[in-house]
Design a protein around this ligand. Structure first.
Ligand code: MG
Length: 264
C-alpha cells in the first residue's frame, strides 16, 4: 500500500474495486430501510432489519462490537446527534427526523454512510436543517479533487452550515476509511481553506457533516452511547464514503437520493 508522509493510505485500483462493492452493499441497506421508516416503528426493529440485510448480502455490520457498540446501526432521533443506540422503546413519531448511520464490512473493506430521514411530515425548521446538512455534504464532496487540501473540505462544510444559522459538531469528525473504519486523516467539519494535507488520487474519506439547530456542544446520555445536543436542538447527519480519483470525487456509497451538484 502507498502512503503519504502523514500516513494517509492511498488505495490501489484493486482496493477501490472492493471498496465500491462494500459501498454498494452499504447503499443497499439504506434503500431497503427507507421503505419502512414510518411512524410506529422502533429503532430496534430498524436495527434488526438492517442486520438481516447486511448478513444476506454477505457482509458484516462494521459497528457491531466496535469499541463495544452493541448494535448494527446507529439510529439518532431529533436532538440525538450520533451513535443513537437502537431501542424497542424508541418508536418513531410523525414529525421526527431520524439519522441512520451504517457501516458494512465486505471482503475486507468498509463502506460507511449516514442519512437523515423525515418521519411523516416534519416542520419547516427541521426541513431546513436537513436541506442545509445535505448541501454541506455535497459541498464537501465537491472539494474532493486532486490538489485541493483537506481544510478546503472542512471550510466548505462549516461556512455553509454557519451562514444558515446552524452549528457544526466539534467532538465528532469524518475520517479516512478502508480496511479500517477509522483511518488517517481526521476530517473535521470546521477548518481553514488552504491548510492540511493535499488530496491525492486513491485517498478515500468518509465525510460526515453533523449539524445542530443550536449550540455545537454535545453530551452522552445514560445508555452510554447516544450523543445528544446539550441544549436539545435538533440535529442532522449525512455521510458518504468518497474516493478522490483522476475523474473527480467518486461516491462509493451512493444510493441515488441526490445528484451531486458540481461547480459550487
Ligand atoms: Mg463515519
Amino acid at each position: 500500500m502507498a502512503t503519504t508522509s502523514r500516513q494517509i493510505e492511498l488505495k490501489s485500483e484493486k482496493d477501490l474495486e472492493r471498496m465500491r462493492r462494500a459501498g454498494q452493499a452499504t447503499a443497499k441497506v439504506f434503500t431497503e430501510l427507507s421503505k419502512i421508516i414510518a411512524p410506529g416503528i422502533s429503532t430496534k426493529e430498524l436495527n434488526r432489519l438492517a442486520h438481516k440485510i447486511i448478513r444476506q448480502i454477505g457482509g458484516y455490520p462494521a459497528f457491531l462490537g466496535y469499541r463495544g457498540f452493541p448494535a448494527s446501526i446507529c439510529a439518532s432521533v431529533n436532538e440525538e446527534v450520533v451513535h443513537g443506540l437502537p431501542s424497542a422503546k424508541k418508536k418513531l413519531r410523525d414529525g421526527d427526523i431520524i439519522g441512520i448511520d451504517i457501516g458494512v464490512t465486505l471482503d475486507g473493506f468498509i463502506g460507511d454512510a449516514a442519512y437523515t430521514y423525515e418521519v411523516g411530515s416534519i416542520s419547516a425548521d427541521k426541513q431546513k436543517l436537513l436541506n442545509v446538512t445535505k448541501k454541506c455534504l455535497q459541498l464537501g464532496i465537491s472539494k474532493m479533487t486532486i490538489g485541493n487540501r483537506l481544510g478546503d473540505i472542512s471550510y466548505a462544510i462549516q461556512q455553509h452550515a454557519e451562514s444558515n444559522g446552524f452549528s457544526v459538531v466539534r467532538d465528532f469528525v469524518g475520517h479516512g476509511i478502508g480496511r479500517q473504519m477509522h483511518e488517517e486523516p481526521a476530517v473535521p467539519n470546521y477548518g481553514t481553506p488552504g491548510t492540511g494535507p493535499r488530496l491525492e488520487a486513491g485517498m478515500v474519506l468518509a465525510l460526515e457533516p453533523m449539524l445542530i439547530a443550536g449550540g455545537h456542544k454535545v453530551c452522552v446520555i445514560s445508555d452510554g452511547w447516544t450523543v445528544i445536543s446539550e441544549d436539545h436542538g435538533d440535529s442532522a447527519h449525512y455521510e458518504h464514503t468518497v474516493a478522490v480519483t483522476h475523474n473527480g470525487p467518486e461516491i462509493l456509497t451512493d444510493f441515488g437520493s441526490w445528484t451531486l451538484e458540481t461547480g459550487t
